[in-house]
Design a protein. Structure first.
Length: 136
């Protein structure tokens, strides 16, 4: 059994996914900004584990465009993914995180490579800074 969390905008605010919201304080990340799914996540994970969940996935979709994603938005999402992963591990649930940079758009392949590399590097920095255990 799995739980799934997404950072998509707009999002239905179901009991599992608390939905995305535009977090101007975190910088601009197109329609997919910051996520409230971490609010109360520890308690939800306890319940999901009791229901049989043994892994959970969070997919952060990142658009590329003029002046997006901002570094602040990348940092906020990387921190949220790392925190999510740590909370999952705390409850004996295997976290699957997917920081996905969308390739489609008017940008060059070099811009896509630079953004993807930056997103992955920031995510790994956030994981290392948190209690998240990378080896499995």
């Amino acid at each position: 059994m799995a739980c799934r969390f997404r950072t998509t905008w707009p999002s239905s605010a179901s009991s599992r996914d608390q939905g995305g919201h535009r977090g101007q304080a975190h910088g601009r990340l197109s329609r997919r900004d910051h996520h409230r799914g971490l609010d109360g996540l520890r308690e939800r994970l306890i319940e999901y584990y009791k229901l049989g969940a043994r892994f959970a996935k969070w997919r952060a979709v990142i658009d590329i465009g003029d002046n997006i994603p901002s570094h602040a938005a990348i940092e906020a999402n990387a921190h949220a993914l790392a925190r999510y992963a740590g909370l999952c591990q705390e409850q004996n649930i295997v976290p699957i995180v997917e920081p996905e940079v969308l390739m489609d758009g008017a940008h060059t392949v070099e811009r896509c490579d630079a953004v993807t590399s930056g997103v992955l590097a920031e995510y790994l920095r956030s994981c290392i800074a948190s209690a998240f255990i990378l080896r499995a």
